[in-house]
Each structure stands twice: as C-alpha cells, then as structure tokens.
Design a protein around this ligand. Structure first.
Ligand code: NAD
Length: 340
C-alpha cells in the first residue's frame, strides 16, 4: 500500500521516538527517523533511518529540503534524576538540546504544510508550586513566574518560547506537549540515564527475597507515570487538534516513590524491604493537571499504572535474563483471546 503522508521523527532512536515510529508506520505513514543511535533493543520500524547529529545545522537544512506533513522533535540530551539533577551535565544538556531546537526551527521556518511537535516536559513547572508532596500545582498556566528546579527544565521552557515565537513570526504550525514521566518497555534501565520506574524494576528484578532495595530520598516524594501507549494516544490527539497552547500529557494518578516500589515488589512476588538512602530527589511533589487536555482535546489518559508496571517489570526481568518470558507469553495469549 502507498504511504501518502510523510513524517520525520527526530530522536527516533530513543524510547518515545522508537515507539512512535512503530505506531506511525503501522498507521501507514512513511517514517523517516533521525538520531545519533539506532534503537537499543529492537529494530526500528522507520522506513528510513539516518544516523546524524542534529546539533549540526547542515543536517537539518538537508532534511528540510524534503516535504514532511509532520515533524516530531523528540531529540534531547536527557535522562532521569541521576542525570539531570546531579549538576554535572547542565552545560551539555542546555547547549545540546537548545542547539537542536534552534536548528529545527530555522530549517523548517519556511516549510508550508508541515506541523511540528515539540516534546517539552513537566520539569518546566516552578519549584515553589511543587514543595508539597500532596498538592503540587502543575496547571499549564502556572508555569510563570518561572522557577524550574533544573537546567533541563529551563532549556525546555526556553525552547517552548522559541517554538511559540517562530509560530507567531513565521506562521509555523506548532504543537507543544509537556510530558510527565513516560514509561514502558524498551526504556533504558541502567547506565545512569534511567528513570525511577525502570531503575526500581531493575533493582527488584536483580534482588533475592530477603534483600533490601535502595530508594533515593525518604520515598515520600510524589510523581505520576504515564504508560507509553497512552502517551502516543495523547500525542496523536494533540497533533490532529487545533490546540496550540503547551499542554500536559501525563497521568494524574499521583503516587509516592515508596508506593511505586511496593507495587513493583508485589509484581515480582519477592519478599523485599525498602531502604531509603540519600540521593537526587527533585521536587517534593509533581502530578499532571489534566483539566486543560480534557477541555481542549476531550481526552485524558485512563491511568493504567498497574498494567504498565507489569509489562515494564517483566520486560526488564527478561532483559536481565530471569525467567519472565512465560509471563509475557501468557499475557499476550490472554490479550489475544480477549480480543485486545
Ligand atoms: P530518549 O533519551 O530515549 O530519546 C532522545 C533521543 O535523542 C536519544 O535517542 C538520543 O540519542 C537523541 N539525541 C540526543 N542528542 C542528539 C543529537 N545531537 N542528534 C541526534 N539525536 C540526538 O528520551 P525519551 O524518553 O524518548 O524522550 C523524548 C523526548 O521527550 C525528549 O525531548 C525528552 O526531553 C522529552 N520528555 C520525556 C519524558 C519521559 O518521561 N520519557 C518526560 C518529559 C519530557
């Protein structure tokens, strides 16, 4: 079958970009992905994959000579709390990600008929609205006066503004999502850039009954976690809407990090204790405020945290060579028989 719509996925070798490539290829888009690296765990579904450095403006100018109906800008120098909150990577994070975003906008500023998606982050929200674990305020309009807790968040906020400025001055067609902790299989789970769900799954999968697993901070800090399939659903809704305001795409099922760990321990069936140790924690509380997305797109995620954690835990356990493949087979059998 002919692919009549063309999409470009920048950062297509990364976690979200790889899943997005799969999803859009299945929907019969022609997918061209660009990244420094190919996806780590399974082959790309993109029809064309370019290995390249998006900090290089020449590469972007070349890419913009072709027509794309949609450009998804997911490339960023990023990682979990251990990477973005240590302070050691701030210069690279700001420099590399800002350069990519500036190059994308400059290259595509005269492309007509191209809708551009920018992946911003919940890290843009001010620290002073996230000091209470039980009542963080991450409503989109509360982003100013700006006070993000990391330079990663400052870069995202700066880039949001650059996208909006290009939309105003060059009539560009822009959509901006603020992702809140997206998780799922094929997410990096070791090496220092992993995020809480994958890191905890790894620790639990490697532990033996009776062991303790270490959790950073007192574990009472709160977050919410959105499963990758729901994230892609939200992105598609946004891309097919006329909504041009930055909008949260995240779960509003807030949970403490210790409770997240308890859920993962339960899934493993092991008898493990939690040991809270000093470590980078970030803000005290964070949760997606989904009022705007419901109002603008008539959509919000169903918050399937338990389902997503089961998939993630067993996928990581399998990667670590423990005996989880049976679970995955059973799960796909039961999904097949229930027609999902
Ligand atoms: P990821 O790290 O898995 O993917 C980012 C990709 O960008 C990587 O494959 C990386 O190689 C690529 N990249 C970095 N620098 C590059 C360069 N100079 N040239 C070419 N490619 C380069 O991250 P992800 O989880 O897939 O996140 C995608 C986007 O969503 C990022 O912009 C991230 O900041 C944003 N985001 C993600 C989350 C989340 O929970 N995953 C939350 C908020 C925001």
């Amino acid at each position: 079958m002919m692919q009549d719509k063309r999409v470009l996925i920048l950062g297509g070798g990364g976690f979200i970009g790889h899943h997005l490539s799969k999803s859009l290829a299945q929907q019969n888009y022609f997918v061209h992905a660009v990244d420094l690296v190919k996806p780590q765990f399974t082959d790309t579904a993109a029809h064309q994959f370019t290995i390249g450095d998006l900090r290089n403006p020449v590469l972007l100018d070349e890419l913009a000579t072709e027509h794309y109906d949609r450009v998804y800008q997911l490339a960023a120098d990023m990682g979990g709390a251990g990477f973005i909150l240590s302070g050691e990577n701030d210069a690279d994070i700001m420099h590399n990600s800002a350069m990519i975003n500036l190059n994308v906008l400059n290259a595509f500023k005269n492309s007509t008929g191209t809708r551009i998606f920018f992946s911003s982050s919940a890290c843009v929200y001010p620290t002073h609205n996230q000091e209470n674990a039980n009542s963080p305020n991450c409503r989109e309009s509360m982003v100013y006066p700006a006070n993000p807790d990391s330079d990663y968040g400052w870069e995202k906020l700066f880039s949001e503004r650059v996208y909006q400025a290009f939309a105003r001055n060059y009539n560009m067609d822009i959509r901006i999502a603020r992702f809140h902790n997206i998780f799922g299989p094929e997410n990096v789970f070791d090496g220092g850039r992993e995020k809480a769900p994958a890191a905890i799954c790894r620790k639990v999968a490697l532990a033996r009954s009776g062991d303790q697993i270490e959790i950073w901070g007192d574990g009472l800090q709160t977050r919410s976690f959105l499963y990758i399939d729901e994230c892609l659903d939200g992105v598609e809704r946004l891309m097919t809407s006329s909504s041009i305001k930055p909008i949260n795409i995240g779960s509003d099922q807030m949970i403490t990090i210790n409770d997240l760990a308890r859920k993962i321990i339960d899934i493993s069936g092991k008898d493990l204790k939690i040991k809270n140790i000093p470590g980078p924690e970030g803000v005290r509380g964070r949760n997606s405020d989904n009022r705007l997305i419901l109002e603008e797109l008539n959509w919000k995620p169903v918050n399937n945290l338990d389902y997503g954690l089961q998939i993630l835990y067993h996928w990581i356990a399998e990667q670590l060579d423990t005996s989880a493949s049976d679970f995955l087979n059973d799960l796909s059998d039961s999904m097949r028989s229930s027609g999902e």
